[in-house]
Design a binder for this molecule. Structure first.
Ligand code: ADP
Ligand code: ADP
Ligand code: ZN
Length: 214
């Protein structure tokens, strides 16, 4: 199964993508995680991406598309994958379509997790991220067992630089301008699934599973 997670920053794409990956035994591919790993590792790609990310802007398509197209051609993607944070622009969606069409395949579902902007702003201030393994927590809605420590790998949790309220507002504007058009794009292809992302995490997941089928 090939699934795309759509939704505003903080809608719960990462949270649900991890669950979808486990339930359908497919890899979870997060472009945000890939960039953050590159920033941590001090790579050229990381250096280029960081300026855009810190400003709340999108990393240019040419730095993202080849990276994802290469990743989905790896062996572990044979039975599908869940893409989290990609595509984020129409050109990215077209690049993905071309890559899957080239192997005679197609994307099965684009899942839009719908959350209004006001809720995003409050939600993001409580997000805590593990930059070692990509796990995400929330101080109130999904706290780690020990405060400030990742349950999975034991690393220290951080408030991401780009999760500060002023940057979140920029990211929401960028989302509405550049990413929201993908909802119509995938609706037009007949593969759009919409879930109410304001419900609790378990309910959001059971709605997704119901729409994706077993
Ligand atoms: P969120 O979890 O809030 O949706 P991500 O971790 O997916 O954020 O992405 C963080 C930042 O990384 C984005 O604001 C953007 O700068 C960059 N980024 C991630 N994926 C993409 C992409 N597909 N295209 C362009 N930029 C991206
Ligand atoms: P995205 O990947 O779309 O940016 P995340 O999955 O990182 O979003 O979720 C953003 C924040 O909101 C995290 O702190 C996460 O724990 C929390 N969160 C995710 N889903 C829900 C939900 N249904 N209700 C409340 N908080 C949630
Ligand atoms: Zn961790």
């Amino acid at each position: 199964m090939k699934v795309i997670m759509l939704g505003a920053p903080g809608a719960g794409k990462g949270t649900q993508a991890v669950r979808v990956a486990a339930a359908y035994q497919i890899p979870h591919i997060s472009t945000g995680d890939i960039f953050r790993a590159n920033i941590k590792g001090g790579t050229e790609l990381g250096k280029k991406a960081k300026t855009f990310m810190d400003a709340g802007k999108l990393v240019p398509d040419e730095l993202v598309c080849d990276l994802v197209v290469d990743r989905i051609q790896q062996d572990d993607c044979k039975n599908g994958y869940v893409l989290d944070g990609f595509p984020r622009t129409i050109p990215q969606a077209e690049a993905l379509d071309a890559a899957v069409a080239a192997i005679g395949d197609k994307v099965d579902y684009a899942v839009d997790i719908d959350v209004p902007d006001e809720e995003i702003i409050t939600r993001m201030s409580g997000r805590r991220a593990c930059l070692s393994c990509g796990a995400t927590y929330h101080t109130k809605f999904n706290p780690p067992k020990a405060e400030g420590v990742c349950d999975t790998c034991g690393a220290a949790l951080v408030l991401r630089d780009d999760d500060k309220p002023e940057t979140v507002r920029t990211r929401l504007n960028v989302y509405h301008e550049q990413t929201q058009p993908l909802i119509d794009y995938y609706n037009g292809k007949g593969i759009l699934v919409t879930v109410d992302g304001t419900q609790n995490m378990d309910k959001v997941f059971s709605d997704i599973k119901e729409k994706l089928g077993e």
